[in-house]
Design a protein around this ligand. Sequence first.
Ligand code: ADP
Length: 173
Amino acid sequence: MTQQLSERIAVCTGTFDPVHLGHLDIIERGSRMFDQLVVGVGPNPDKAPFFSAAERVALLEQVVGHLPNVRVQAFEGLAVKFVRSVGARIMLRGLRTLSDMEYEFSMSLMNLTLDPELETIFLMAREEYSHVSSTLLRQVAQFGGDLSKFLPPTIRAALECRARERGLIGQSR
Ligand code: ADP
């Protein structure tokens, strides 16, 4: 492990299935704190994704174009290995609720054990997005609910389209 790591480069990993305004808020705030921010689009072994990794990257790229120091990249496997591979020392995470806290605390300790050179930094979610998760938004989309408060317009259109392709639940068609 001789690679030089920079604490001016941060990586925000997640599933982003799809990216929502809570994610975007953390990405925008992170982009102001670091010289470079890499958004790492990873697999989620617990969930079958709504969007493929390539689609999630493309959707993210549509909404971070105004942030010149942010780039989006898909990865496989351990997040700590990906963070090191881009030369970053910082893992940036958003914290929503107390229940997030428990999981994030365990994960950051695990990551510290796996790679003691990396640090996790948490930003508190903005109040208006602290209840927003991609899981919940996918459910709302599948029941045909209004997503306009939580998603940029292009992402909302993509999610509504994907929900229709999968068949809206509880709607007479
Ligand atoms: P994961 O599947 O790893 O939880 P997500 O795609 O849900 O990944 O989230 C990616 C990152 O964004 C994580 O750091 C997560 O804590 C953060 N995040 C998720 N939802 C919100 C939100 N509503 N507000 C702020 N940060 C969030």
